[in-house]
Design a protein around this ligand. Structure first.
Ligand code: PRP
Ligand code: URA
Length: 209
């Protein structure tokens, strides 16, 4: 069974509360998502292997450390996942970035694929699949299945706000994928929006409504 990591550090809770406020505009919303993603990136990379190496400080020789293991690919689910890319790239500047375009059909709430462009060597990378909202879990589950079809073995899901329904779907469909979220909210409403949530993440990031 995959693990659910609720990364509820005080700084993250504070910043997420500002994001939830309906009066927060797109500029601040983007900035806060960037900052929270960086803080969560610290947690999602906690088990990355490190190796020792000899280094020389101005005072002498000592043991230093280097992050090793598999290379990373960051894969946002378009559009809202794009808001998490820069924060992760700040921490992992040599990571490659793939894109999966999915939108939810407004009536059925099921995801529709419209784009997929992934690094050629994606199968050998650790993939951080990111989307701020895990609602029904349909988008995240389909995106994870697309990655697995390309041979990816190591996937972690990074979200901001999750609904119990979405977590359940991901854990049933992909028991091998750990989920990192800043908040586990109460439930979905009749339109499959997260309550209390923060509204439509894509619209709030890009000012489209
Ligand atoms: C939102 C969100 C997720 C999806 C979550 O995207 O960014 O991708 O809904 O819902 P689910 O868990 O029920 O699938 P949306 O479809 O609104 O597209 P957008 O990011 O382009 O606005
Ligand atoms: N997508 C969003 O952007 N917000 C929700 O609450 C659910 C899906």
């Amino acid at each position: 069974m995959s693990e659910l990591h609720v990364v509820d550090h005080p700084l993250i809770k504070h910043k997420l509360s500002i994001m939830r406020e309906k009066s927060t505009g797109a500029k601040d919303f983007r900035q806060l998502l960037d900052e929270i993603t960086m803080l969560m990136g610290y947690e999602i990379s906690r088990d990355f292997p490190i190796s020792e190496k000899q280094i020389e400080t101005p005072m002498g020789v000592t043991t230093g450390y280097e992050v090793g293991g598999k290379k990373v690919a960051i894969v946002p689910i378009l559009r809202a996942g794009m808001g998490m890319v820069n924060g992760l790239l700040e921490l992992m500047p040599v990571a490659r970035v793939g894109h999966i375009g999915l939108y939810r059909n407004e009536e059925t709430h099921t995801p529709v694929v419209y784009y997929c462009k992934l690094p050629e060597d994606i199968a050998s990378r650790t993939v951080i699949l990111c989307d701020p909202m895990l609602a029904t879990g349909g988008s995240a589950s389909d995106a994870a299945a697309m990655l697995k079809e390309k041979g990816v073995k190591d996937i972690r899901m990074l979200c901001l706000v999750s609904a119990p329904e979405g977590v359940k779907k991901m854990q049933e469909d992909h028991p091998d994928i750990d989920i990192y979220t800043a908040s586990l909210d109460e439930k979905l409403n009749d339109n499959c929006y997260i309550l209390p949530g923060l509204g439509d993440a894509g619209d709030r990031l890009y000012g489209t409504k």
